[in-house]
Design a protein around this ligand. Structure first.
Ligand code: G1P
Length: 278
């Protein structure tokens, strides 16, 4: 039902320097698979096969990853190593990939607005690849698509965080609509400790209706002088409806070292348990 998924991937990844000096942070591997591939796989599993990247300078490796590598593939053809390409080959057969560049880093809201040219006038998913999500039974974005089918409005994924952590996230306040679902009354980007209206933090999965672009165009800079998607969603919440969805599953914050290492351990254990060759 929703065909397109937007991936803002222009960020610098300074927390992972020096690893990200010449390499996009989205190409950092969790075991042997780059972070971005986990995200694209989740989009595909949610039925979104048109993948749109808002990219930036020095991010060429992402384009190359979702393309053929003729010489290498020829070399390993018929060998055991070929098995490691099965998943990416399936993604490449199923999805299309398009790219546009964010010229200046002016915040997540600006990155999403830059993607309008690839999305057009239709609802779309957004995945922040740093947040690696493992859904219980079904992928997190697919869970959100099911909610969209019922309510046809923008939806943000939320997770409960400790009071000390609220300043790292967009925080929603709202009233309960059904199990795990809130009608957002307001949201605030990275409130200082003690000022958060709740402990429901937005994590990097969104379904957005296309009027978000108009809201983003008319926004003044918000927190940190950047155009914030949270502020644009606030406008939508006041005009119509935005839902906060407490997804079923687990999230690793791979934008930070602790989360990155935890995800690595999780997937390595899984791989060992499955006896997958590597
Ligand atoms: C962005 C959003 C924030 C959200 C977070 C989730 O922040 O602005 O509202 O909670 O992603 O990962 P960033 O992590 O890019 O600073």
């Amino acid at each position: 039902m929703i065909k397109k998924c937007l991936f803002p991937v222009a960020g610098y990844g300074t927390r992972f320097l020096p690893a990200t000096k010449a390499m996009p942070k989205e190409m950092m591997p969790i075991v042997n698979k780059p972070l971005i591939q986990y995200g694209v796989q989740e989009a595909m599993e949610a039925g979104m096969s048109q993948i749109a990247f808002v990219t930036g300078r020095r991010k060429r490796a992402i384009e190359d990853h979702f393309d053929r590598t003729y010489e290498l593939e020829d070399q390993i053809s018929g060998t055991k190593a070929e098995k490691n390409l099965e998943e990416i080959r399936l993604l490449m057969q199923t999805c299309t990939f398009s790219y546009t560049r964010q010229i200046q880093m002016k915040g997540l809201g600006d990155a999403i607005r830059t993607g309008e040219t690839l999305i057009g006038n239709q609802p779309f998913g957004v995945i922040l690849a740093d947040d690696l999500c493992i859904g219980d039974e079904r992928p997190v974005l697919l869970q959100m698509v099911e909610i969209y089918a019922k309510y046809q409005c923008s939806i943000v994924a939320v997770e409960e965080v400790s009071p000390q952590e609220t300043e790292k996230y967009g925080i929603i306040s709202g009233k309960k609509l059904e199990d795990r679902l809130f009608i957002v009354e307001s949201m605030i980007e990275k409130p200082p400790a003690g000022e958060a209206p709740s402990n429901h933090a937005i994590i990097g999965r969104y379904i957005l209706t296309p009027d978000i672009f108009e809201n983003l165009r008319n926004l003044p800079p918000g927190r940190n002088g950047e155009i914030q998607i949270t502020d644009a969603l606030n406008v939508q919440a006041k005009k119509k409806m935005v839902l906060g969805f407490q997804f079923r599953g687990k999230r690793f914050d791979c934008g930070r070292l602790e989360g990155f290492v935890a995800a690595t351990n999780h997937f390595f254990d899984l791989m060992r348990a499955n006896g997958t060759p590597h």
